[in-house]
Design a protein around this ligand. Structure first.
Ligand code: SF4
Ligand code: SF4
Length: 149
């Protein structure tokens, strides 16, 4: 996984584009962990075991601080922990893409492989919801290229 110092230098310079790009879907258990850690409830229930973070009118995540770092970093949703690796499920097969954002050149193959292994544990309904929304919001993705890994 990328280290905190890497996030600080690269991600704060990027102004946390991913945290305004598409907010993650997450499970009931992930939401509970965030609430248990004392953070406010900015979630919207979509269906049983499927939540999303409610954004403001600028699509910004409410957990994003003014310095562009994540206020819930230690307990943030798994999809956030994996970014810029993004899991997908197509033709009954799992896979991942990697978004070529500014953090991408700093990720070693070893780190990416670990993230792909973790991505394989994300429940399918979470991935499917993410991609349903991504398709509707595809204009937002034009800033960075991405590739299958
Ligand atoms: S993970 Fe990538 S898109 Fe997100 S803030 Fe960091 S550099 Fe920017
Ligand atoms: S939870 Fe944190 S990492 Fe995830 S979108 Fe919000 S601010 Fe970004």
């Amino acid at each position: 996984m990328p280290t905190s110092s890497m996030f600080y230098t690269v991600c704060s310079h990027c102004k946390a584009y991913c945290c305004t790009l598409l907010l993650p879907s997450l499970t009931h258990k992930e939401r509970q962990q965030i609430l248990k850690a004392g953070f406010p409830d900015y979630f919207k229930k979509i269906q049983k075991d499927l939540y999303v973070i409610k954004s403001d009118s600028a699509s910004k995540c409410p957990y994003l601080k003014e310095d562009y770092l994540c206020s819930i970093h230690k307990v943030k949703p798994n999809l956030c922990k994996l970014f810029p690796v993004v899991p997908f499920y197509k033709n009954k097969k799992r896979g991942c893409v990697i978004i070529q954002c500014p953090l991408y050149p700093f990720l070693s193959k070893e780190v990416i492989d670990k993230m792909v292994k973790k991505a394989a544990k994300i429940p399918l309904h979470i991935i499917e919801y993410l991609w349903d929304i991504s398709y509707k919001e595809k204009e937002k993705y034009k800033r960075f290229d991405y590739q299958k890994i």
